[in-house]
Design a protein around this ligand. Structure first.
Ligand code: ADP
Ligand code: MG
Length: 293
């Protein structure tokens, strides 16, 4: 590639809301044939809302308040939604003592609230910690059938209840996926969320493939597997959970809402949250390379 053509490409990218971290990124994006899209916060707004609270032990202390106490220190969209939902409740303001908060990537979060260990997360987390989650199964099923994310809350090793979280596909996402497919690119939705919620989003988007319930540590492995099949892979992500996948990809695209770690691992930063910027970036790279060849 000639430096002049690349400079023109980088300049044009800036106008489109694409920040390119190196000229090599523009060159690799011209040969991409597969686009892996993270779900939460990338193709969805990430502005999740608590759509249901199911207390299995009514009369005990407030379920949502307990979950919010744990999630107060979380940067995950689920954590933010839980905290926001609890903020409007009576009793909000009587701050419990929270110690030892730990974010458990792809699983949930934990902390001690007023001395009691509280777990907030999915069934995989409950299984890992030996919590008998059977009392929650029907509620989890119902939530996931509705395309929502079920969050189980356990106190001192016992299930206390289930929260239902909903998220919405970005308005710009279906058209962006359609454009990518029209450009001959294979599209893959990749998420740590449950299979039913993922399938629902994949259907709304019209992606070629969907990979659900993938732990953060396994996201990069899926990218490597696609590469081993001879594919040149772009990953579009936002969260800290996507950093390894972004770095493994032939081209890492971070959407602006993303965390600092995602930004560092990416080759391009997409300044607009409008997903049309993804086909824009790849089309621009193809044109730039086309003018060189
Ligand atoms: P995605 O791949 O869609 O960005 P994540 O890998 O961030 O999803 O999360 C996968 C799953 O892990 C969530 O759907 C949720 O079940 C659980 N999870 C992760 N973080 C939290 C949290 N802070 N609170 C509750 N559940 C969480
Ligand atoms: Mg994410």
């Amino acid at each position: 590639a000639t430096p002049t053509a690349l400079m023109v490409g980088v300049g044009r990218a800036g106008q489109l809301g694409i920040v390119i971290k190196g000229p090599a990124a523009l060159e690799s994006s011209g040969v991409i044939d597969t686009v892996v899209l993270d779900k939460t916060g990338t193709v969805t707004t990430g502005a999740m809302t608590v759509a249901g609270v199911h207390d299995l032990v009514p009369g005990a202390d407030d379920l949502l308040g307990l979950a919010a106490a744990v999630e107060r220190h979380s940067e995950h969209p689920i954590g933010r939604a839980v905290v926001q939902a609890a903020a409007g409740l009576p009793g909000a303001g009587s701050e419990p003592v929270v110690e030892g908060f730990t974010a458990l990537g792809g699983l949930g979060a934990e902390a001690r609230v007023d001395g009691r260990p509280v777990l907030v997360g999915n069934l995989a987390l409950m299984a890992e910690r030996g919590v008998d989650a059977r009392p929650a199964h029907a509620l989890v099923d119902a939530a996931e059938d509705a395309g929502r994310t079920a969050v189980v809350v356990a106190v001192e090793g016992r299930v206390r209840g289930v929260l239902e979280l909903s998220d919405e596909v970005k308005e710009s996402a279906p058209e962006a996926v359609a454009r990518l497919r029209a450009m001959g690119l294979r599209t893959v939705l990749l998420t740590g969320d449950n299979a039913r919620a993922a399938a629902r989003v994949a259907q709304q988007l019209g992606t070629d493939e969907v990979l659900a319930e993938v732990l953060p540590t396994d996201k990069a492995s899926h990218v490597e597997r696609l590469q081993a099949q001879g594919r040149r892979v772009a990953v579009v992500g936002d969260g800290v959970n996507d950093a390894a996948a972004l770095a493994t990809a032939d081209l890492g695209l971070a959407v602006l809402s993303g965390t600092d770690i995602a930004m560092k691992s990416a080759d391009m930063i997409l300044v607009r949250s409008h997903l049309g910027v993804v086909p824009d970036a790849i089309a621009l790279a193809r044109r730039t390379l086309g003018t060189i060849r």
